[in-house]
Design a protein around this ligand. Structure first.
Ligand code: NDP
Length: 281
């Protein structure tokens, strides 16, 4: 029988721990503060921003909300980021991606002070992760490490295969698994004989962006499978990159969609926010 890794329960536990920490900080007069910037009215982004604000409220983090029109220029956005970088009462800055096409995302990511880069997307944060120095880590991969550890999945010495090499999931994931002493292979769209490679994995992490692509033929018997994908099917049901019903019986543990990796991403953002207080004090 396989274990379903309950991201909802684990993220709730983490948020409760953070709430205790923030209460303690508040008793010493410190209130963590996250500035959230949303440009335009993309429905998915609006939902994500709303969920982030709710999580802040639950933990006791102050959130400042900047909802800017789609027509906002790159210069206006950079100006706001500069202002927030200089504001000592703000310790985390989050710009919800994707941005409207006329704004260069790279320039915006680089403009955020690495000390306030709670998303962990700044090149300095990524570089620090690469060479094992302290810095913010991208929330989804950091959340996956937390899920594995809190579910007592041993990582050290295990064969880990990651499908996907994006800057926000696949690449930082590979660095984190390396830091945890796994033997890491990263697959992508040009990988030959994908199933042959993924069948080597003790831990298979899937971040492809293709609904239900990974079926049982890609999975070694008894592997741990982490599904990062999230897709809304017709009829509004959510699914991941893994065909859960086909794959789950062959695993020892698997994350569901919804209720697996997703809730951890926001919880880790909150963790980064709380940790950013010490970087900015
Ligand atoms: P990207 O589209 O940026 O990256 C997808 C990766 O998958 C690429 O590296 C691509 O390879 C690879 N790929 C695509 N097709 C194949 C294939 N047929 N075989 C092997 N590899 C393939 O996606 P993200 O990393 O941003 O996101 C992945 C999924 O995770 C999405 O469904 C996204 O919605 C979800 N997501 C969920 C989050 C959460 O909190 N739960 C957070 C972030 C993402 P190549 O580089 O060669 O193009």
């Amino acid at each position: 029988m396989y274990q379903i890794i309950d991201g909802k329960a684990i993220s709730t536990a983490l948020k409760e721990e953070l709430k205790v920490k923030v209460d303690e900080m508040k008793s010493h007069g410190t209130v963590p503060c996250l500035a959230v910037i949303l440009v335009g009215e993309d429905p998915a982004s609006t939902v994500y921003v709303g969920n982030k604000k709710k999580a802040c409220e639950f933990i006791g983090i102050k959130s400042l909300s900047y909802e800017l029109p789609e027509s906002t220029s790159r210069e206006e956005l950079l100006e706001l980021i500069e202002k927030l970088n200089a504001d000592d009462s703000v310790n985390g800055i989050l710009v919800q991606l994707p941005l409207p096409k006329h704004i260069d995302e790279d320039a915006v990511i680089k403009a955020i002070s690495p000390k306030k880069d709670v998303d962990g997307f700044h090149p300095q944060s990524v570089g620090a992760l690469c060479i094992g120095q302290p810095g913010f880590v991208s929330c989804t991969p950091a959340g996956i490490i937390e899920l594995l550890k809190r579910s007592n999945v041993e990582i050290e010495g295990k064969e880990c295969v990651i499908i996907g090499r994006s800057n926000i999931v696949g690449k930082p994931m590979s660095l984190l698994m390396l830091r945890e002493n796994a033997t890491v292979t990263v697959c992508h769209s040009r990988t030959k004989n994908l199933a042959e490679v993924t069948k080597r994995a003790d831990i298979l992490i899937v971040a492809i962006g293709k609904p239900k692509m990974i079926t049982a033929e890609y999975v070694k018997e008894g592997a741990v499978v982490i599904d990062v994908g999230i897709h809304r099917l017709e009829g509004k049901k959510l699914c991941g990159d893994v065909d859960f019903d086909d794959v789950a019986p062959h695993t020892s543990a698997i994350t569901p969609v919804p209720g697996g990796v997703g809730p951890m991403t926001i919880a880790m953002l909150m963790k980064n926010c709380v940790e950013s207080v010490s970087l900015n004090s």
